[in-house]
Design a protein around this ligand. Structure first.
Ligand code: SF4
Length: 297
């Protein structure tokens, strides 16, 4: 493992964050080796050279300990925005696990986004945090098909294993759901995919499926990388010219089926009682704690 120096790890407080109600952000690792072909964190604007190489922040747990101890307000700490906190090195290093321990000690909540079933290793700590603060686990699943998953997200467990992880988290009482994003035009933007994911989510006890927009964002070198991978993975489908003809140099690439897919998605979620609106998700995993705080005062 390569280590890089860090002065701070936990961001400043944000109130009423519309993104899952997260108050602080934490990235223990820089870079990610899961290899998702569409990864936005690869974009030049984030200045992460050699993105596929994972680096850990030096003395991360000491820094986190000090920062949490000094915070005047508790809140939900989010992780998984710029790199996956459960990369393969985490299995031995256990930095995310140790950080969750600190989060528990100082009475903060946790919001974890990942594609790895390694998160289930930490169910014991998530259950401890849940006793005093909100916890939400967000598993990204973009395709129901394991074969397609192996192509577009090659270095992390496949979708069926992620569904198993959701089942395990949910049956242990952890508020868990799916980030159904991105939707890649001409690749996973079909009705069956959306319906199968929502249905399986429901069967596995997921409380929500969140799909931001039925599309993907692409910019700068990230777009170049994505196009190279499309060419390599789907050589006979002529996807690159199709993308260029349909979207030009746009930043947001919405599926040409996006309206229909959104309709089907909402319909399926409503039919099964799976949450899909951000406000409902936030209320559902945080409200109990807010009520407890009010009644305590
Ligand atoms: S898991 Fe997330 S951070 Fe890692 S490569 Fe995939 S999209 Fe990027």
């Amino acid at each position: 493992m390569y280590y890089i120096p860090a002065k701070t790890i936990i961001s400043n407080y944000t109130k009423d964050n519309p993104w899952f109600g997260v108050n602080y952000n934490m990235n223990i690792y820089k870079g990610c080796c899961h290899g998702c072909i569409y990864c936005d964190s690869r974009s030049e604007c984030y200045c992460i050279n050699d993105f596929n190489k994972v680096r850990a922040k030096e003395n991360a747990i000491e820094i986190i300990h000090k920062e949490l101890k000094g915070k005047r307000r508790t809140g939900v700490i989010g992780t998984g925005a710029m790199s996956d906190p459960y990369n393969p090195f985490e299995k031995d290093l256990m930095l995310t696990r140790k950080a969750l321990d600190e989060i528990n000690t100082f009475n903060f909540g946790a919001a974890i986004a990942t594609k790895s079933n390694l998160i289930t290793r930490d169910i014991d700590i998530l259950k401890k945090i849940k006793k005093h603060s909100p916890v939400i686990a967000k598993m990204t699943i973009t395709t129901f098909e394991d074969d397609l998953c192996k192509k577009i997200e090659p270095n992390v467990c496949v979708s069926s294993e992620r569904f198993e992880a959701i089942n395990k988290l949910s049956s242990n009482g952890v508020f868990t759901g799916i980030l159904l994003m991105p939707i890649l035009p001409f690749i996973n933007d079909n009705e069956e995919n959306i319906i199968d994911i929502v249905k399986k989510a429901y069967e596995c006890g997921a409380k929500f499926v969140f799909a931001y927009k039925m599309g993907v964002t692409l910019r700068q070198n990230q777009r170049d990388y994505y196009y190279e991978q499309l060419q390599k993975l789907f050589p006979y489908r002529k996807l690159v010219p199709k993308y260029k003809n349909t979207f030009g140099n746009r930043y947001e690439y919405a599926s040409t089926n996006s309206k229909k897919l959104t309709f089907i998605f909402k319909n399926e979620c409503e039919k099964l009682g799976v949450l899909y609106k951000m406000n409902d998700i936030i209320l559902s995993y945080q409200n109990q704690y807010k009520r407890e705080q009010i009644s305590w005062f």
